[in-house]
Design a protein around this ligand. Structure first.
Ligand code: ADP
Length: 864
């Protein structure tokens, strides 16, 4: 313990800090927030500010600080990096303090609970999650977005992996867990995404919030929500009246997609840059309000399963597409609606200012005409969107009467309340105005009487009002006319008794005015709280209208059609397009493709040159399915689809460097997840699975996986591969159909047609792609020669299943393996017999992928 830490203030600091060990303690000292010890070192590093110290020599303790008035930006930066901040203020006036000023933490700022600042993205929700594990292996997951008050809870039963996917999917910034939660479980969660962990052990719901979870059916759900709300109560230390009733959602009511699938399909952000641009969201989000922007993202994350709900959305889109002018006018009106949801949050929090209340007023004033327009275009939905009886004329009238049209952001400096709203305020205003008028008249009078034209009356905060005379004119003043107050280089400043009297009248009136204005404003703000539920309801309706009108717009612009749903699991897409790719390539260049999948062709095995469009074709199908289940029109000329329960997308050798696992292991883990979860009603896309290991290994696995899906899962599956050998599977698997993306050779150059047709591809065109990529000519020429050699060698004909030439891109693999294989050829025959026996013994169709790997491994050992 150094001397420094013994000072009363540092003792106070250390006591408070002990309660907030996982947060930066921003300790208010005059005009600064100071940090000490490790907090200071880390903050200095993260914020790139100077690390100083308090005290001397050995006693010196590390310290750094940020000015109070610009603290917001520093805090935002720390929160964005996932840190927490305990904001410790002086809670008594230092002038009246005996000893050390009393300080308290008034707020805990965390990534999941921030309400404003740069961190909150307009079109994104900021979710806070709470996870509760129960003894029966079920997991409660509660979430809220504090900026909007939305609350929801669900129960997941089964594997922790599913919970991890759900957490990763939510994009939450912060997760509240019990302090006793299993550490490995936490590590797994943290590996997947940047999420700040917070702890809360109390799971009995705070009585003030019990009413929010009345509708929850089980105790487990209530406990899950309780952990969340108790954490909020403890950390936020203020009103949470805007929290909405908790809704229960079952992940079974939505199309399930794990986090890999969402990422691979680039639903809400692009794979590489992790930006909205280049994602499905960027194409179909045509919303004009921030609330709509958040809702469309939510919808894409959770497409529906219930056909009638989907049709409900589609019907609205249809009405909007049929009424172009009405819709566009409606969208123009929506543009004037501010973020009602977040305004509601700020009203409840007591942080709303007058300017925002005026925004609320303007938004509410738009409602009648929006409602009327909806009545014209979508009469069937209008009643449920606008609840007539709850219209709030009275509140609007209050806002109109009380607040000026353009109030300042500050609520303590006056200038917010309208003339005529409060008689007392008007009297103060008159007094101040009259006083100022008197001063203006005095200036004129003094100019005349002294004959000094440059004489003026000014004001500053320190000296108040003064009469200023330039030095050159001072001699013109009659002796004793004014009392000298201040001497400047070029002028003298004076006061008079009368001026002083007027000054105190004016200042007193202004001070009272500001206080009274603040009181009146707070009254209005409190009144606004009574309308929270209505404003939230309205926010929801407006967002929905905005999203659906936006769907209609994009459907019209991009020539989408309304999808229909089949009961017999048939997929029939005519002239389908990839919604994102078609917008990034030249207009009219996208080659539309059909998809037909039904009995006899439930699985499509796709071969074709690299870069031909295999991945695009596969994703196109998944995206069309997602869009349809979101309730949007789809890019095709005709679409009939089943309603899928889950979509899985796996890409061979996907790099998952972030989680530090080997790529092939990741590939297999992901595939295992898909194979264990998928049902007959799922859609599986497997893109080059097996690529992450050696040729035979990979091919064997790919085949085993295809067979397993074909025989056991029976899900609709698209499987792309460069193993041409697999195309022979159509002989044994009745529901497998070969298709390929065509390419033609013209004058020695390959031209990709991007057209998917039945049958297998003839070759892989790897060398042509290498040429396209402008590899040195020497390399491509040599590769071409080698290919020809290989094609004519006995080895290559042996490995070829079809009469077509060997795939170009496998060249390197063959080169590596050939000598090895030759060496083994001698003892090969005996081993081959054994392998043949083993293969025949095995019930391959009922093997799990892992068993398949082990089996292949065993066969390999026989060869060594
Ligand atoms: P593969 O999976 O066969 O290697 P991709 O699906 O990645 O090929 O497609 C490669 C590129 O070809 C895409 O980035 C896109 O620009 C273009 N492409 C794919 N499909 C089409 C199509 N149907 N029409 C036009 N261009 C396409």
């Amino acid at each position: 313990m150094t001397q420094q830490t013994q000072t009363p203030m540092m003792k106070q600091y250390l006591e408070i800090k002990a309660q907030y060990t996982d947060a930066f303690l921003f300790f208010r000292l005059g005009d600064f927030y100071e940090m000490f010890f490790d907090d200071a070192k880390l903050a200095a590093q993260e914020l790139e500010i100077t690390l100083t110290g308090r005290g001397q020599g050995e006693d010196r303790i590390p310290m750094c600080g940020v000015p109070y008035h610009s603290a917001d930006t520093y805090m935002s930066r720390l929160i964005e990096k996932g840190y927490k901040i305990a904001l410790c203020e002086q809670v008594e006036n230092p002038k009246h303090a005996k000893g050390v000023v009393k300080r308290e933490v008034v707020k805990l700022l965390t990534p999941g609970t921030v309400m404003d600042g740069n961190i909150i993205k307009e079109k994104e929700n900021n979710y806070l999650l709470a996870l509760t594990m129960f003894d029966d292996r079920s997991y409660g997951l509660a979430r809220t977005d504090l900026t909007t008050g939305e609350c929801a809870v669900t129960l997941l039963i089964g594997e922790i992996e599913e919970v991890i996917h759900e957490i990763a999917n939510s994009g939450a910034k912060e997760l509240v867990v019990a302090s006793t939660l299993d550490k490995t479980c936490l590590e797994q969660i943290e590996q997947r995404q940047l999420v700040t962990i917070s702890y809360e052990d109390e799971t009995t719901v705070d009585t003030n919030y019990a009413h929010l979870c009345e509708s929850l059916q089980s105790d487990q759900l209530v406990q899950s929500f309780a952990r969340l709300v108790n954490y909020l109560v403890r950390s936020q230390k203020r009103s949470l009246t805007h929290l909405q009733k908790v809704t229960y959602y079952s992940s079974d009511s939505f199309l399930k997609m794990d986090s890999h699938t969402k990422r691979n399909l680039e639903l809400t952000e692009s794979l590489r840059e992790k930006k909205k641009a280049g994602s499905l969201l960027a194409v179909i989000d045509q919303t004009v309000t921030a609330m709509g922007g958040r809702l469309v993202k939510k919808w894409i994350d959770r497409p529906l399963l219930d056909q009638s709900l989907i049709e409900d959305r589609l019907s609205v889109v249809t009405s909007f597409t049929e009424n172009f002018f009405g819709r566009e006018e409606l969208r123009d009106e929506l543009r004037h609606v501010y973020d009602l949801e977040r305004l509601a949050g700020r009203i409840a929090y007591g942080s709303v200012n007058a300017r925002e209340l005026v925004q609320l007023k303007r938004s509410l004033q738009q409602i009648p005409s929006i409602q009327a327009r909806c009545q014209e275009i979508v009469p069937m939905k209008t009643d449920s969107w606008f609840k007539e009886e709850e219209r709030m004329e009275e509140f609007l009238d209050l806002l109109e009467r009380s607040l000026v049209d353009d109030p300042p952001i500050s609520v303590t400096d006056g200038g917010m309340i309208k003339e005529g709203y409060n008689a007392e305020l008007d009297t103060f205003r008159d007094a101040s105005r009259n006083g100022k008028k008197w001063i203006a008249e005095l200036e004129q009078k003094e100019k005349l009487e002294t004959g000094i034209k440059t004489l003026k009356i000014g004001y500053n905060r320190v000296f108040g009002y003064y009469i200023e005379v330039t030095r050159a004119n001072v001699h013109l003043l009659p002796e004793g006319r004014y009392e000298r107050k201040q001497t400047l280089t070029n002028a003298e400043r004076y006061i008079t008794e009368e001026l002083k009297e007027k000054e105190s009248l004016i200042l007193e009136a202004e001070e009272k005015m500001e206080l009274l204005e603040y009181e009146l404003f707070v009254e209005v703000r409190e009144e606004a709280k009574r309308y929270l539920t209505y404003i939230q309801g309205l926010a929801h309706s407006i967002s929905e209208i905005d999203v659906l009108a936006g769907f209609a717009k994009v459907s019209e612009d991009q020539r989408y059609v309304r999808p229909t749903f089949s009961n017999d699991r048939t997929i029939h897409i005519k002239e389908g397009r990839h919604p994102v790719v078609e917008t990034v390539i030249k207009k009219g260049q996208y080659v539309a493709n059909d998809v037909l999948m039904k009995q006899g062709r439930d699985m499509l095995l796709i071969t074709g040159p690299n870069m031909a469009g295999k991945s695009t074709y596969m994703r196109q199908l998944a995206l069309i399915a997602v869009m349809a289940q979101v309730g949007c029109y789809v890019p095709a000329s005709e679409v009939e689809l089943p309603i899928f329960d889950q979509v899985f997308t796996r890409i061979g050798a996907a790099d998952d460097l972030a989680s530090g696992q080997s790529t092939f292991m990741v590939e297999m883990l992901e595939t295992r997840y898909a194979l264990t979860k998928a049902t007959e009603n799922s859609l599986i896309l497997l893109d080059e699975i097996g690529r992450g290991t050696s040729t035979y290994d990979g091919m064997a696995l790919a085949q085993a996986i295809i067979e397993y899906i074909h025989d056991t899962i029976r899900a609709k599956t698209l499987f792309s591969t460069h193993y041409h050998e697999l195309t022979q599977l159509d002989q044994s698997l009745v529901d497998l159909q070969n298709v390929h993306v065509s390419a033609v050779e013209e004058n020695g150059k390959v031209v990709f047609l991007h057209k998917v047709v039945d049958g297998q591809a003839d070759r892989s065109y790897g060398i042509y792609v290498a040429e396209l990529a402008e590899l040195p000519e020497a390399v491509t020429k040599r590769a071409d020669a080698l290919l020809k050699e290989l094609e004519s060698s006995s080895f290559s004909t042996k490995t070829q299943v079809k009469e077509e030439p060997a795939p170009g891109l496998q060249l390197t693999l063959f080169e590596e393996e050939q000598p090895q294989l030759k060496k083994k050829e001698k003892k090969g025959h005996a081993a081959a017999d054994k392998i043949a026996d083993k293969l025949l013994e095995k019930d391959v169709l009922h093997m799990t992928p892992i068993e398949a790997i082990q089996f292949v491994n065993e066969l390999q050992r026989l060869l060594k």
